[in-house]
Design a protein around this ligand. Structure first.
Ligand code: B3K
Ligand code: ZN
Length: 882
C-alpha cells in the first residue's frame, strides 16, 4: 500500500486568516507562452488571526519578484514550500506587490488562466486563482479588485473582466488595454478574465428599481445565431429573482461568455459568468428540448449565485453546499415556475428526483459518501458532488416544506439582512431560517452533518369501529465511512389519505382538523405514531408527497393500492411514484428470473395501468412520458444486494419489449396524436408532446420490425429539429434497421462544423446496445476525437463507462481495463477529469465476485500509477476497507 497520499484537511481545523486583503490591483500582459501578472494588494492584519505570518498560496508559478511596502524581498525573507508562501510580518497595514509569470498555453488542467481555441479564459473556483498569482486564496478573504488587461489588439480584440469597464485604449505598439473595476468585494474564486476574438449579442433592460443594466452574451464568431435562448433565459432569471425573492441585479453590466473547453457546466464569476458552450448555444438545428431546458436552468443557476454565493459567500470550502444546495434549489424553483402548470411542476420535480436516485443515492451508499457539509477532504475539487448540489437542494427544500413558502422567504430575507457581504457557514443559514420563523431547527442540523440516505418505514392500521387510522413511521440510516451510528433526522413526511373514490380526505390528527388534503408530519425520533381520527373508511395513504424528504420510503403497498394511486392521487408526483414502484417490483422479479434462467413473464396489472395512463388525454403528454419511462438500470441496481448489470439489462429490455407488444396500437396512436405542427418551439407544451412521441417511437422500435424501421427512418428524414433527429437516430442505431449506418454517416457530415452536435454523435454510439470497448477504441481514433476537450471526452469515454452499464461491465473485464487506461491518461492531462472518471468504479464492492475481482485489479492498477491528488483521493477511498 502506498502511503504518499496528500494529507486531509479538516473542517474543525479552520482558523481565521492572519491578514485581510482590502484591495487588489492586477495588471496582465497577456501572452499564451508567457503571461506576466503584476499584483498589488493592500492588507490589514486580522486581530482574530492565529498565524503569525502572512500566508499565500501559489501553484505552477514562476515567481519574478515580491515587494513588501515597496522593498524587494529576498529568498531569505520568506519561506516557500509545497505551494505555501509564508512571509513573517507583524505590521498592521501592508502593501504587497508580486510579479509572476505563467504559461496559459501549457495549461491543460483548465484551472487558472488557460487558452481555448486561441482565446484566454480563467477558472478560479475552487483554488485556481493560486495558479495566477500568490494570494491568500481562500473564500473568506474578500477584496475589491481593479484589473488592467493588455494584449495584442488583433489577436485579442475583446478584453473582459469582472465589474465595470472604466477605460480602454491603444498602447501604440499594436497592443491595447482595458481597465475593469468591480465595485463589490469578492473572494478570489470569483475572479475572471476573458480575452480574444469574440462577438456578442446585447440587450439593455430596466430593473425593478428603474436602473438600467446591459446584458451581453459573448461567443465565437459564427455563433450569434445561437445566443437568443441564453439571453431570454438570463432576462427571465433576472425577473424571477426580483419577483420571487425581491433580489435585484446589483451591477450595471452582466456578461455571459461561452467557451468550448471547460471542466464543468458554468461558473458564476462576478458580472462575468463563463459557460461551457453546451449551456449557452442553442437553435432548433443543433439543440434538443433537453438542451434548451438545461440552458435555462444553468443560466438561472449562475445568475442566482450573484446573491446566493457571491453577495453572501462561504467561509470555507466545507460550506460549499451553503451556496450550491441553495442555488440548485433556486434554479429548480425557477424552472418549475417557468413551466407554470401543476403537472409541469410535477414533471420538473420528477426529473430532479430521478437525478437524486440515479446518482446521489448511490454516492451516499458508497465509499465517497460524505455529509452535505463534509468534515474533511483531500482535494476540494472532488467535492463538487451530487450530494453537495442535489441533496443540498433537497435540504433547502425541506425548510420550505417545514416553514411554508412565506416562512422560507422570511428566512431568506433575514439571511441577507444579516450576512450581505460576508463569508458564512451553513449554520448561519439555518439560524436565519429558525430566527425568522421562531422555529427550533436544532435537530435539522443532522442533515448537514450525517451522510447516508435515511430509510423511513411506514406501518398502518385502521380501526373501523373507532374510525381511527394509525401511521407508525420509523427511520434508519446505514453507517457510512467514518460514521457508524446515526442519530435521528428531522424528516418532513407530506401525507394525504385517499377515500375509496380516490378523493383526498379531510385530515384530523387526534380530533383536530389539520389539512383538507395534505399534512406535513414531522418525524423526529426513531419511531413515532400519528393517529388520524374520524376516518370514515379504509384509506389508501399517499406518503412523501412531492418527495418531501430525500429518503427511501418503505411501505408494503398492495399492487391494487399502487394502481389506485397511479390513477387517482391528487399529488402528481406520487401518481408517478406509484407507477415506478410497480415497475421496480416487476423489474426486480424479472432480474431474479433472468439470474435463475426462469421463464420471463409480463404482469398484466402493470401493463394495464401503464396503458390507462398512456391513453389518458386529460394528462399532460410530458407527464405521461415520465410514467411510461421505466426506472433506470442504475435505480434498479440500487435495490439489489449484489448488482448484476447484465441481468438487470436483460430484464428491463424484456419488460420494454413486452410493453411494446402489449401496448403496440396505443403507442402508435400516441405517436400519431403527439405531432407538433408549425415552426419549432422549445416551450413546455411542445417539448412534452415531442417527449411522448419519441418515447412511443422508442417502444415501437423495441420490436425491431419493418414498421419500426420505416417509422424511424421517416422521422429522421423529415426532422426539422434536433430533438426529433436524435430520437430517430437513436431508434435506428439501436435496431437492425438497414439504414442505420447511412444515417450515422449523414448525421456526421451534416453537422461536422458543430462541436456540440458531434458530441451527441459520439455519445449516442458509446451508449448503443452494440457498443463495446472495441467500438469505443475505434471511435477514439476518429479525427474528431480529442481527449483534451472535456466535452468530447465525456461524450465518448464517460458515456460508455457511466451510461452503458451492461456493456461497460462486460464479463471479460474489458471495460475495466479500458477504464483504467483512460483514468490514467486523463489524469495526466486534467486531474479533475481523471478523478471524475475514477468515480465510475467506486461501488465495486456491490457487484458479483467475478466482476469485483476484475474491478479491484483495475483499481489497483490505477492506484499504482503516478497520480494527481484528485484521482489519488478517489481511488484510495474506493479501495479502503469498508
Ligand atoms: N460554482 C461552479 C462550480 C465550480 C467547480 C470547480 N471545480 C459552478 C456552479 O455550481 O455554478
Ligand atoms: Zn453553483
Amino acid at each position: 500500500m502506498r502511503t504518499d497520499t496528500s494529507p486531509a484537511i479538516y473542517r474543525k481545523d479552520y482558523t481565521p486568516p492572519s491578514y485581510w486583503v482590502r484591495t487588489v490591483q492586477m495588471g496582465f500582459d497577456l501572452d499564451p507562452a508567457a503571461t506576466r501578472v503584476a499584483t498589488r494588494m493592500t492588507l490589514e492584519r486580522n486581530p482574530a488571526g492565529r498565524e503569525q505570518a502572512l500566508v499565500l498560496f501559489g501553484e505552477e508559478l514562476e515567481l519574478v519578484q515580491i515587494r513588501l511596502n515597496g522593498k524587494a524581498l529576498s529568498r531569505r525573507d520568506y519561506a516557500l514550500k509545497d505551494g505555501v508562501l509564508r512571509i513573517p510580518v507583524k505590521l498592521d497595514q501592508i502593501t504587497l506587490e508580486i510579479e509572476t509569470l505563467i504559461r496559459p498555453d501549457k495549461n491543460t488542467s483548465l484551472m487558472g488562466l488557460y487558452v481555448s481555441n486561441g482565446n484566454f479564459f480563467t477558472q478560479c473556483e475552487a483554488e485556481g486563482f493560486r495558479k495566477i498569482t500568490y494570494f491568500p486564496d481562500r473564500p473568506d478573504v474578500m477584496a475589491q479588485y481593479t484589473v488592467m488587461l493588455r494584449a495584442d489588439k488583433k489577436a485579442y480584440p475583446v478584453l473582459l473582466s469582472n465589474g465595470n469597464l472604466v477605460e480602454e485604449g491603444d498602447l501604440g505598439d499594436g497592443r491595447h488595454y482595458a481597465l475593469w473595476e468591480d465595485p463589490f468585494k469578492k473572494p478570489s474564486y470569483l475572479f475572471a478574465l476573458v480575452a480574444g476574438q469574440l462577438v456578442c449579442q446585447e440587450e439593455k433592460i430596466k430593473l425593478q428599481s428603474g436602473r438600467e443594466a446591459l446584458l451581453q452574451v459573448w461567443v465565437e464568431d459564427g455563433n450569434l445565431d445561437k445566443t437568443q435562448h441564453a439571453m431570454d433565459s438570463l432576462i427571465n432569471s433576472i425577473r424571477w429573482d426580483e419577483r420571487r425573492f425581491g433580489l435585484e441585479l446589483d451591477l450595471d453590466r452582466f456578461m455571459i461568455v461561452a467557451v468550448g473547453d471547460f471542466n464543468m457546466g458554468a461558473m458564476e464569476n462576478k458580472g462575468l459568468n463563463i459557460f461551457n458552450t453546451k449551456y449557452v448555444l442553442a437553435n432548433p438545428r443543433i439543440a434538443t428540448d433537453v438542451d434548451y431546458a438545461n440552458i435555462e436552468a444553468v443560466v438561472g443557476h449562475e445568475y442566482f449565485h450573484n446573491w446566493t454565493g457571491n453577495r453572501v459567500t462561504c467561509r470555507d470550502w466545507f460550506q460549499l453546499s451553503l451556496k450550491e444546495g441553495l442555488t440548485v434549489f433556486r434554479d429548480q424553483e425557477f424552472s418549475a415556475d417557468m413551466v407554470g402548470t401543476d403537472s409541469g411542476r410535477a414533471v420538473k420535480r420528477i426529473d430532479d428526483v430521478r437525478v437524486l436516485r440515479q446518482a446521489q443515492f448511490p454516492e451516499d451508499a458508497g465509499p465517497m459518501a460524505h455529509p452535505v457539509r463534509p468534515d474533511s477532504f483531500v482535494e476540494i475539487s472532488n467535492f463538487y458532488t451530487v450530494t453537495i448540489y442535489e441533496k443540498g437542494a433537497e435540504v433547502v427544500r425541506m425548510y420550505q416544506t417545514l416553514l411554508g413558502r412565506d416562512g422560507f422567504r422570511k428566512g431568506m430575507d433575514l439571511y441577507f439582512k444579516r450576512h450581505d457581504g460576508q463569508a458564512v457557514e451553513c449554520d448561519d443559514f439555518r439560524a436565519a431560517m429558525s430566527a425568522a420563523n421562531g422555529r427550533d431547527l436544532t435537530q435539522f442540523e443532522r442533515w448537514y452533518s450525517q451522510a447516508g440516505t435515511p430509510h423511513v418505514k411506514a406501518k398502518t392500521s385502521y380501526d373501523p369501529v373507532q374510525k381511527t387510522y394509525d401511521i407508525t413511521l420509523s427511520q434508519f440510516c446505514a453507517p457510512t465511512p467514518g460514521q457508524d451510528r446515526k442519530q435521528s433526522f428531522h424528516i418532513p413526511v407530506a401525507l394525504g389519505l385517499l377515500d375509496s373514490s380516490g378523493k383526498d380526505m379531510t385530515l384530523k390528527l387526534d380530533g383536530e382538523v389539520v389539512a383538507i388534503n395534505t399534512v406535513v408530519l414531522e418525524l423526529t425520533s426513531a419511531q413515532q405514531t400519528f393517529r388520524f381520527t374520524d376516518v370514515s373508511e379504509y384509506p389508501v395513504p399517499s406518503m412523501l408527497r412531492n418527495f418531501s424528504a430525500p429518503v427511501v420510503l418503505e411501505y408494503d403497498y398492495s399492487e391494487e393500492e399502487l394502481a389506485f394511486l397511479m390513477a387517482h392521487d391528487s399529488d402528481a408526483f406520487n401518481r408517478w411514484e406509484a407507477g415506478q414502484r410497480l415497475a421496480t417490483r416487476r423489474l426486480l422479479a424479472l432480474t431474479a428470473a433472468v439470474q435463475k434462467s426462469d421463464a420471463l413473464t409480463i404482469d398484466p396489472a402493470l401493463s394495464d395501468s401503464l396503458r390507462a395512463t398512456l391513453n389518458d388525454t386529460q394528462l399532460d403528454p410530458a407527464f405521461r412520458e415520465t410514467v411510461l419511462t421505466l426506472p433506470a438500470e442504475t435505480v434498479v441496481a440500487e435495490q439489489m444486494d449484489v448488482i448484476d448489470p447484465q441481468a438487470i439489462h436483460t430484464a428491463r429490455r424484456f419488460l420494454r419489449q413486452s410493453l411494446a407488444q402489449a401496448l403496440q396500437s396505443d403507442f402508435v396512436r400516441a405517436y400519431q396524436s403527439s405531432q407538433t405542427d408549425g415552426p419549432y418551439s422549445p416551450d413546455a407544451g411542445s417539448s412534452g408532446k415531442r417527449a411522448l412521441k419519441n418515447l412511443a417511437l422508442s417502444y415501437i422500435a423495441e420490436l425491431d420490425d419493418d414498421y419500426a424501421h420505416t417509422l424511424a427512418q421517416a422521422q429522421y428524414d423529415a426532422a426539422d429539429n434536433m430533438t426529433d433527429r436524435m430520437a430517430s437516430l437513436s431508434a435506428l442505431v439501436n435496431s437492425q434497421a438497414p439504414g442505420k449506418a447511412a444515417a450515422l454517416a449523414r448525421f456526421y457530415s451534416d453537422f461536422e462544423q458543430e462541436p456540440l452536435v458531434i458530441d451527441k454523435w459520439f455519445s449516442l454510439q458509446a451508449m448503443a446496445r452494440t457498443a463495446d470497448v472495441a467500438v469505443v477504441r475505434t471511435l477514439m481514433q476518429h479525427p474528431a476525437f480529442s481527449i483534451k476537450n472535456p466535452n468530447r471526452a465525456r461524450s465518448l469515454i464517460f458515456s460508455f463507462c457511466n451510461g452503458n452499464p451492461s456493456r461497460f461491465h462486460a464479463a471479460d473485464g474489458s471495460g475495466y481495463v479500458f477504464w483504467a487506461e483512460q483514468v490514467i491518461a486523463l489524469d495526466a492531462i486534467n486531474p479533475q477529469m481523471g478523478a471524475r472518471l475514477a468515480r465510475s468504479l467506486d461501488r465495486w464492492r456491490k457487484y458479483a465476485p467475478a466482476l469485483q475481482e476484475k474491478m479491484h485489479a483495475a483499481l489497483k492498477h490505477v492506484a499504482a500509477a503516478k497520480l494527481s491528488k484528485d484521482t489519488k483521493e478517489v481511488v484510495t477511498k474506493s479501495l479502503a476497507a469498508t
